[in-house]
Design a binder for this molecule. Structure first.
Ligand code: NAP
Length: 462
């Protein structure tokens, strides 16, 4: 493994920075430091940890513009969207600073009068995290904040495309007074570092956000030392537009869900399942809006859709479009792209596909790109069956003004996150996470600190 990692701007191909990579031995040393630091950090008071987290939050908000520019540089998303991510990510730190003070135990009536039962909570131990490039900032704070709040120490291995946001977050954490061994960043090969993490008995929990195949490897490897695991994995979100939906609202929210971050989010609407009676009008309105989006370098004024992160991501998107068109889909808008292999820059124009059917790969695979395939249905049970016909279960959306139908649809969708007339349901206050092969555990909400806590009970004999 080279000792330097070079980070490129996906919109221009320019080098942003080269940073040191850590060897397996250095990662082991980081784990040892994490283990030692846990002994003191886990014994600090919740108020002390809360106040350090609050300072970290304030520093991030103060530096939101620089952090936003850094996200745009290494990830490519438009600057305003990047600043939105910084504030969203910081919100988790503020939230868990508050939740740190509400880690309650309980007393339970004992089976005899001669005993008392007291239940307490304590930090699970040193935590190792591995994160993806699509939210270089928020995917880290969503994990680090509850871990630190619970009294765990934390080591993060960010994605190699976007490690600079992680380093900046850590720098601000140290400025806030969080000890260096309590929060550490290591960079290097995912598989190698993942193996060091999972095989170490000193790491008591692995928290991962990324693809389902890698999540499965980490779960298997974590079994060796019976670690706690949290997995935020892939998605394949359906978005149902029912016959009595408010179509303008459905189009507006589908745009938010589909084209944010150039379609590279785990909760992006991946399959637009639209009632036959409104399909044409919905497709027309969506295509009109998608055609207005400006594609380019996210630092330029007015750009709505940035580059695709890398060649592998780009080729997957293009192959899905080609496969769909070959099998009879109609390109209603977009379908084109700008490719520069010399610079490593790839842009896909916002695309809407009509006449999609279930023989097409796009109906079965996560796209991770700005492509909206529309498939129609006549009966709501058919739409629900289509929506659930996937190993994934992260986010699902539906649009209806009819509350009876709305309750029926929501109760029958096998998804961890449901947006009813809402294309952007993610919020720090809510438990984000998936069912089935989309993951294990939840991040955010009052549930978000639970995965970092052990339960202990004491039976006192009188
Ligand atoms: P990925 O390929 O799984 O990579 C994610 C991270 O895992 C990177 O840091 C990567 O580092 C590391 N990694 C890769 N192979 C590894 C291994 N064998 N052992 C340990 N670590 C390994 O995913 P991605 O392409 O970056 O991210 C996109 C995926 O993330 C999508 O499927 C998306 O749905 C999912 N996602 C889910 C959520 C959620 O909350 N559910 C949120 C965002 C994204 P290296 O490249 O250095 O190996």
């Amino acid at each position: 493994m080279p000792d330097k990692l070079t980070v490129y701007n996906p919109a221009t191909g320019e080098v942003i920075k080269s940073i040191p990579q850590q060897s397996a031995k250095e990662v082991e040393e980081a784990i040892e430091r994490s283990h030692q630091a846990f002994k003191t950090w886990s014994k600090t008071s919740a108020s002390e940890r809360a106040s350090l987290l609050k300072k970290w939050y304030e520093l991030i908000v103060e530096h939101k513009d620089e952090l936003g520019k850094l996200i745009t540089a290494e990830n490519g998303k438009p600057y305003q969207e990047a600043v939105g991510e910084v504030l969203y990510g910081a919100g988790y730190i503020e939230w868990f600073a508050e939740e740190a003070k509400r880690v309650y135990g309980r007393t339970v009536p004992a089976p005899t009068t001669g005993k008392r039962i007291v239940v307490t909570r304590q930090a699970v131990g040193p935590v190792a995290a591995i994160t993806p490039w699509n939210f270089p900032n928020a995917m880290i704070t969503r994990k680090a904040a509850p871990a630190l709040a619970a009294g765990c120490t934390f080591i993060i291995k960010p994605a190699p495309d976007t490690p600079l946001s992680a380093l900046e977050l850590a720098r601000l954490a140290y400025e806030a007074g969080i000890p260096k061994d309590v929060l550490q960043v290591v960079n290097g090969d995912g598989e190698e570092i993942g193996n060091v993490f999972t095989s170490s008995p000193k790491i008591r929990k692995i928290t991962f956000t990324g693809s389902t195949p890698v999540g499965k490897i980490l779960m298997k490897n974590s079994a060796e030392t019976v670690k706690h695991v949290s997995m935020e994995l892939g998605g394949h979100a359906p978005l149902i537009v029912d016959e009595d939906a408010n179509l303008d609202l459905a189009v507006e929210q589908a745009m938010v869900s589909k084209y944010r971050n150039a379609g590279q989010t785990c909760v992006c609407a991946n399959r637009l399942i639209v009632h036959e009676s409104v399909k044409d009008e919905f497709a027309k309105k969506l295509s009109e809006q998608a055609a207005k989006l400006k594609v380019g370098n996210g630092l330029e004024e007015g750009v709505n859709v940035g580059p695709i992160i890398n060649k592998k991501g780009f080729e997957k998107i293009v192959s899905q479009i080609d496969d769909a068109v070959e099998k009879g889909a109609k390109v209603l808008v977009g379908g084109s792209y700008d490719r520069n292999d010399d610079k490593g820059c790839y842009f896909v124009h916002p695309t809407v596909l009509g006449d999609v059917d279930t023989s097409m790969n796009i109906m079965h695979e996560e796209t991770f790109g700005p492509v909206a395939p529309i498939i129609s249905y006549t009966d709501i049970d058919e739409a629900i069956e289509l929506a659930n016909d996937t190993p994934f279960g992260l986010a699902a959306y539906f649009f209806t003004e009819n509350y009876r139908r709305g309750i029926y649809i929501s109760e029958n969708l096998d998804y961890g996150i449901i947006g009813w007339n809402d294309g952007g349901p993610s919020a720090v206050q809510a438990p984000f996470g998936g069912m089935k092969e989309s993951g294990v555990g939840r991040e955010g909400g009052s549930e978000g600190i639970e995965p970092y806590l052990e339960t202990k009970y004491m039976s006192i004999g009188l």
